[in-house]
Design a protein around this ligand. Structure first.
Ligand SMILES: [Zn+2]
Length: 226
């Protein structure tokens, strides 16, 4: 697998990443895109079925491509996968497809990157039932401290939604969470991960280098240490 170097900025969740010197990106490939991971040094990949692009007619085909492609050593996690109550197919199909992907991830010994919109009970129920040994990461997080702590208490990590984490109002939340469980990301938006590093490192009073070390350690904790 590709691996971030000390001193790199790490963008935990991107779509359509272009190389930027000194920035290591975790690029999301959604199964319906029919892309395969490329060999480059500054990208790692996740692969999964995003609930927005799932329906009864493509389920079997998308699942087959997850089984095939997620085993590739360039793929470091399954996802993004999960639940969306605003957009996507029935909750039954979302749940079935999410559980299938969790089981694939467990068999491959890879963690799971989660998309979850207004379906926290569903997510927690699946976690309780399947009791995964690999960690999960909720990307695009913009909830409150109680929700964050509930997820973290299940061993999950949190990557903050870029727009939320750049606001001054998020500073208190950031300071109140266990810092070994957090990540930051651009989600492929026109925002510079280095600006987010500056904001959050000053929230935490760590300095830029200290914050880079923290995120690199979190990266190892989530993707590598077992
Ligand atoms: Zn995404």
């Amino acid at each position: 697998m590709n691996y971030p170097q000390p001193g790199d900025y790490i963008d935990l969740h991107t779509h359509g990443a272009r190389p930027v010197k000194g920035v290591f990106k975790v690029e999301t490939i959604m199964a319906h895109e029919e892309r395969i991971p490329e060999k480059t040094t500054d990208l790692a990949f996740t692969y999964g079925i995003h609930p927005w692009y799932l329906d009864e007619s493509n389920h079997n085909r998308l699942l087959a491509s997850v089984i095939k492609t997620a085993a590739d050593p360039l793929i470091i996690a399954v996802g993004e996968a999960g639940f969306d109550k605003i957009k996507g197919p029935s909750m039954d199909l979302q749940r079935k497809t999410f559980e299938e992907q969790v089981i694939i991830a467990e068999e491959l010994n890879k963690p799971v990157v989660i998309h979850c919109v207004r379906a926290w009970d569903e997510l927690l129920r699946v976690h309780k039932r399947l009791h995964p040994k690999l960690p999960w990461l909720v990307h695009g997080f913009r909830g409150n401290k109680d929700l964050a702590m509930q997820l973290i208490s299940k061993g999950m990590y949190i990557s903050f939604w870029f727009e939320f984490i750049l606001k001054p109002e998020s500073s208190e939340l950031v300071r109140s969470l266990p810092k070994e469980k957090i990540f930051i990301e651009t989600d492929g938006a026109e925002v510079d991960i280095r600006d987010i590093y500056n904001k959050v490192s000053s929230d935490l009073g760590l300095g830029l280098d200290g914050f880079k070390k923290l995120i690199l350690n979190n990266f190892k904790g989530f993707f590598i240490k077992r």
